[in-house]
Write a protein that binds this ligand. Structure first.
Ligand code: C5P
Length: 231
């Protein structure tokens, strides 16, 4: 199975992003563009980065009625990103509609579509007491069921914690896992973290690494360390 390190580009502006990317010249790492950058810079930034040869995971986590998601994904498909996502909570019909929307453009047909299962910021207390998920179901049960739904809807994989990657591997699906820290780095606000080496052992397909690379004194060295451990 394909394995790669995706850098989470959580920067305030494209100027900051380009400054960060300077020392990576010629390496073309896989980049994740999330809501903050996208809402500031718009689709133009994504087009620019694709032109420069970067692989892009556009992390916008769509979640709406099927018809709206389908129309949004048709527009997104024209950007030709490599991976994008929806929330599995939107249900099987919504996930199928998202795929159909992407398939409406030639570029979108090639975009991998993955589903967010349970956010790493949601613990069992929130799951049971706020979201009213049956108290005899753990987050691992929910992740497995949502991944099976995503598979049924024809998606390519899921976003989950590395600690759940083995569940996803068991069902023969792809996992994209954030919450990664190099040994010795601060966990920051992440609750359940894994090193790149441990994520590999657990069967992650792609790791998403933000602050362990972007805030490192030597980001290129930190990136290379992630690649060495994971790929
Ligand atoms: O800096 P750090 O490595 O914690 O960044 C992780 C990235 O992955 C952030 O962009 C965050 O939004 C994203 N993410 C996450 N947990 C999820 C889904 C996405 O941390 N469940």
């Amino acid at each position: 199975m394909e394995r790669d390190v995706i850098i989470a580009c959580d920067f305030k502006s494209k100027e900051e992003l380009y400054e960060f990317l300077k020392p990576f010249k010629g390496m073309n790492p896989y980049l994740k563009i999330g809501m903050e950058m996208y809402f500031k810079e718009g689709p133009e930034l994504v087009r620019e980065l694709k032109k420069q040869g970067f692989k892009i995971f556009l992390d916008l986590k769509a979640h709406d009625i099927p018809n709206t998601v389908k129309a949004a994904m048709e527009k997104l498909g024209s950007l030709g990103v490599d991976i994008t996502n929806v929330h599995a909570e939107g249900g099987i019909e919504m996930m199928k509609a998202a795929r159909e929307g992407l398939n409406m453009t030639e570029t979108g047909k090639k975009t991998k579509l993955i589903a967010v299962t349970v956010l790493t910021s949601i613990n069992d207390d929130v799951l049971h007491n706020e979201l009213l998920i049956d108290s005899n179901k753990t987050s691992a049960d929910v992740v497995r069921k949502y991944a099976l739904n995503a598979k049924e809807a024809g998606l390519d994989g899921v976003v989950c914690s590395a600690l759940e990657a083995s569940i996803i591997k068991e069902i023969g699906f792809m996992s994209v896992t954030p919450g990664i820290r190099l040994a010795g780095d601060s966990k920051d606000d992440q609750k359940r973290v894994a090193t790149p080496a441990y994520a590999k052992e657990l069967g992650s397909s792609y790791i998403v690494v933000g602050r362990s690379i972007t805030k490192a004194t030597d980001p290129v060295a930190a990136y290379k360390q992630c690649v060495k451990e994971f790929c």
